[in-house]
Write a protein that binds this ligand. Sequence first.
Ligand code: ZN
Length: 272
Amino acid sequence: MAPPFDSAQGRPRSYRCEALTLKNAPLGEADLLMTLYTREQGKLRAVAKGARRSTSKFVGHLEPLTLVRLSLAQARNLDIITQAQVSESFAALKGDLSSLAKGLYLAELVDGFGAEAHANQALYSLAVETLNAIAGTPDAELLLRYFELHLLEVSGLMPELYHCVQCRHELVPGCHRFSPNLGGTLCLDCTPTDARLRPLSLRALKVLRLLHRSNLAELPALQMDGALAGELKALLTTTVEFWLDREIRSHRFLEHPRHWTKEAPLTFSRSP
Ligand SMILES: [Zn+2]
């Protein structure tokens, strides 16, 4: 049966979607403000009325890191969740503190990179598949590196790993560096003035290439020493943070353009 339409806007008044819950926050006396990443329309903020009451039908359905099927009703500001059905609670992941911390880090990145009203099914699938993998892996640190690299890729920000981003020459093994802000690898001859250069070892470069061309199901069990694991973590988190910072600032600009007429662009992103 076709959903009832809002004749004024030509949009359905109620709709369904599949979503991963990213976070929730108290709203008013008993409501929850939910931040969701949906398969159908990307990031979505919606309200679950009365969800903080112990008798609510939503209890246990809307905690962070839960896959849910939702029914929603359109509203003037934030849409309202009318029904929620859990399809995956990730109980094993939530039962282990280290796995839970990794899951919440993943949710934070999806929140940061996901755009509202813009579906990205590759990002949705990547998030769900990585959460499943983390739940079944005691040492899931490499999974986070996999997630960060593929998150950049599905967001259109994949770093170059084979050529110098400046002169485009193919990299000579052992003679390379990395620049998060210029989009990947550089040869030793190129030193653009605005590059934030980092050293990049040959073995770290090989792991990055391997992570990029692998999928989660066939990810090899790599034995990495502390130095290599630390190098990869620093490189990928720096790159993700660089883009996140830019994205967050651009989102703020879109949401609060009046700030930009009163203040210099860099001042309102900091606390006074
Ligand atoms: Zn070069």
